[in-house]
Design a protein around this ligand. Structure first.
Ligand SMILES: *Cc1c(COP(=O)(O)O)cnc(C)c1O
Length: 344
């Protein structure tokens, strides 16, 4: 059966053009800095995000980890949201491997952090306390609904913390979705922050990889950390070749995924078993099961699979459906109709 896979945009397989580029990629040993395709990808990423330099890393998790460790010493503290991916879903790496303490703030429903909460979290110069070094933001905010943070929101936080000696890191796994949703150049979203990580392997369809961007000194430190974490790769140009197409071509089409997410939400809104969060801002549709629904999320997931629809629960009575390159209009229709058959 041909499955409609809405579990995540990480399920995207590379496009035929990417596979051809990978087969023909010019490569070298990237640990020696000799891979021309990796170098081209890093230059293009730095240029597009408006930063001095960039580093290709195997995953978003490693990008955030190397980034946060490049900003912080052991015993330093990073301020971040309780719903942030780095706090929830990166196996506690910043603490386990970096000795970085975290101060977790409540995210607002749109994923943002309040400046008043950040201000209250700042430590004083007291030997009892860790040193506040960094604020880590997320855009789009995955767990808060694929929500978008505007350039102004990001700028206000950066302008508040920079004079207080803190840096700002941005987990921009889906920063190009945010740029597409706001119809702004991605540079506007990244200009206020000191470093940003984005994923090539999600909605941008590349099979592997993320990129960390920042100034030259920061990337030099991150480069050593990448090696320490085991992320120094050899003929990685095979992967970077797909990343170049992701950056050049796939960043321009993300609006289509957002339109389909809205269409999917609209179709599902007619189903009385489903209580939607509201219109999706990007490529994620979140909803809860209405109180009368007796089936568990596991039972619903299994029944939908029989109709060829793959979804995953994001809570005891909650689902997250993610649109991407391989979800076309007919896949959206099939999904709405399968939900109608399984749930009413
Ligand atoms: C997926 C994701 C990451 C981590 O990326 P991996 O490549 O899966 O390690 C980090 N932050 C956010 C917001 C993500 O959605």
């Amino acid at each position: 059966m041909e499955y409609v896979d809405l579990r995540s945009d990480t399920v995207t397989r590379p496009t035929p053009e990417m596979r051809a580029a990978m087969a023909n990629a010019e490569v070298g040993d990237d640990v020696y800095g000799d891979d021309p395709t990796v170098n081209r990808l890093q230059e293009m990423a730095a240029d597009m995000l408006g930063k001095q330099a960039a580093l290709f890393v195997p995953s978003g998790t490693m990008g955030n980890l190397a980034g946060i460790l490049a900003h912080c010493q052991r015993g330093d503290e990073v301020i971040l949201g309780k719903q942030n991916h780095t706090y929830l879903h990166e196996a506690g790496g910043i603490s386990v491997l970096g000795g970085v303490h975290s101060c977790q703030l409540d995210n607002q429903p749109d994923g943002s952090l309040l400046i008043s909460d950040i201000e209250a979290a700042l430590r004083s110069d007291d030997p009892h306390e860790p040193v506040t070094r960094l604020v880590s933001l997320e855009n789009t905010h995955n767990h808060c609904g694929g929500t978008v943070q505007t350039p102004e929101t990001t700028r206000r936080i950066a302008d508040f913390v920079h004079p207080r000696g803190l840096k700002v890191h941005l987990d921009g796994a889906r920063i190009f979705n945010a740029a597409a949703a706001l119809n702004v150049n991605v540079k506007e979203l990244t200009a206020p922050v000191d470093s940003v990580m984005f994923c090539l392997s999600k909605g941008l369809c590349a099979p592997v990889g993320s990129v960390l961007c920042g100034d030259k000194e920061f990337i030099k430190r991150a480069h050593r950390l990448r090696k320490m974490l085991g992320g120094g790769m050899r003929q990685a140009g095979i992967l970077a070749a797909a990343g170049l197409i992701a950056l050049q071509k796939m960043t321009r089409r993300l609006g289509e995924d957002h339109t389909r997410a809205r269409n999917l939400a609209e179709g599902l809104s007619e189903n009385h078993a489903i209580v939607l969060d509201g219109a999706p801002q990007t490529n994620m549709v979140f909803f809860d099961l209405a109180s009368h629904v007796k089936l568990s999320t596991a039972e619903i997931t299994a029944k939908l699979k029989d109709y060829g629809i793959l979804v995953s629960a994001s809570g005891p009575r909650r689902f997250r459906l993610v649109t991407h390159y391989w979800i076309d209009d007919s896949a959206v229709e099939r999904t709405v109709s399968a939900f109608r058959s399984v749930l009413q």
